[in-house]
Ligand binder design. Sequence first.
Ligand SMILES: *[C@@H]1O[C@H](CO)[C@@H](O)[C@H](O)[C@H]1NC(C)=O
Ligand SMILES: *[C@@H]1O[C@H](CO)[C@@H](O)[C@H](O)[C@H]1NC(C)=O
Ligand SMILES: *[C@@H]1O[C@H](CO)[C@@H](O)[C@H](O)[C@H]1NC(C)=O
Ligand SMILES: CC(=O)N[C@H]1CO[C@H](CO)[C@@H](O)[C@@H]1O
Length: 491
Amino acid sequence: MEAGGRVSWMKYGPVVSLFVVLLAFWFRSPQNAVLDDRLDTVLSSLLRAEGKVGVNNVARPKVAVGFGGCVDLIVDGVSLLNKIGLPPTDQPLHHDYIENEVQLAQSFAYFFAPGAAAERFMLNDTLFSELVEASRDLPGNRWAVGGNAPVMAGRMATEGCDLLLGGSFSPDFIDVLSQHITVAGNIVEEPDIHLILEYPSGASWGNYTSRRANRYIVHSDDHNPYLDSMAEFAKKLKDFDPDLLVVGGLQMMDNFPFQSGERDALLSRLADLLSSSSPQIGVHFEMASFVEESIMEDLLHYVIPYADSLGMNEQELPNLLSLLKGSNITVLSDPNPRVATVLDQMREVYRIINQRSKDASAESDTNGAKAKPLTRLHVHTLAFQAMIVTRGSQWKNTMSATAKASLTANRHVCGSNDIDPSKARLIMDDSFSVSRQEGSQRIPLQETRPVSCWDEEDYEICVAPVLVCTEVYQTAGGGDNISAAGLVLQI
Ligand SMILES: *[C@@H]1O[C@H](CO)[C@@H](O)[C@H](O)[C@H]1NC(C)=O
Ligand SMILES: *[C@@H]1O[C@H](CO)[C@@H](O)[C@H](O)[C@H]1NC(C)=O
Ligand SMILES: *[C@@H]1O[C@H](CO)[C@@H](O)[C@H](O)[C@H]1NC(C)=O
Ligand SMILES: CC(=O)N[C@H]1CO[C@H](CO)[C@@H](O)[C@@H]1O
């Protein structure tokens, strides 16, 4: 009986397979098939848009990037908290900096549930060391080169640029950097470590479930807050003669216990460096998670006036705007904002900064330091990339740069250069409104031309959907990779 049974199965095998295949087709809803086709078309169209222009590989563009860097220790956030036996708190709370375990639990819970990116200084060395020790032998942990400046430099080196990187690193750290990166700074024995608590979408910690994948970062730096590579960097800058100067990593100064007047002096030196660079050299400033109001005020005074270009995420944009409008900083904003909301905020930031720059030039044309107009604003969100670029400014290829930024978002988060459409999802709507103002135009998302660009006032706006990665490898460093990838096509 048994043998006969097997024979008949073998005989009917092909028929059964065919039946299974048909069944699969039957169950694959037409809606899913349409979605898959749509995703494939968006992907191939984005790749085409990205490939329209290349980086000049013969005369490699030269980019100087500061400041600092660290070694990232990347772990699963919930596993780490469980390992150190930190119970979920019933009180999610915002803290400017972290002093003890209870504050860590409250602060983590505050950002974990909405899935918002956050980064906090840990004032308690003992607790920080304990967390690092616990992370060292946590299964699945990873070490990586971290910090805004090294990550942006790394991405730009990969894309075909030569780099001058301002930071004080250990010899081991320098060894793993690309050969196209020259370091300007001091040699230090122990690099600063940043602890990256990653979590996927839908992760749970106690009663909390994360609404999207993201990370919570804690650091307790000794070197980075002092921008101690700045003097070396400034010295080498002239000979290096860059096409673009990029500044990031200043959030390491946020809530750091400086002596009085110390931070001011550092930022004032940075302002001198930026304002004394040749006006033809574009300056890009990459924002980050700032919570200390006074340092944000300092940025408005010492850094932003000398930047031609700004890069930031959906949390940092409303924070900056709120401050520009004279209100308090915003600690937590919608992690999945609509296109119209983001564009309105971008227009306002662009308008206010340019107004301030005009006012400043009118006032102080006698004594040196000229404020520059803002000519480029790039906002990266989970669902889409958006750029505002002044018409006739030095920034080229905005459409392709927006496409490249969007593709880089998927590549980084999925951890693979080749984009697999089966691990991607479009979460941007089928069409978006260009503003929240009533009667605003709606722009349909066209699969064959996914990057929408149009003119307004004195600038062009481009918006590209992101093929959101569904199998997250890493979110930390995403903004830096994305911003850097967008910049390389625009120099
Ligand atoms: C989790 O939720 C339950 C029921 O809503 C509640 O009794 C409990 O106190 C909560 N625990 C925490 C840690 O918030
Ligand atoms: C710092 O952390 C350690 C270890 O968690 C803790 O014992 C100590 O009380 C903390 N210090 C402060 C000032 O909270
Ligand atoms: C805004 O900041 C001021 C000064 O730090 C503070 O007193 C006030 O409570 C804050 N307002 C809000 C709404 O957070
Ligand atoms: C996907 C991707 O390219 N991610 C990169 C982001 O930047 C760091 C530093 O340059 C790289 O190591 C990652 O591979």
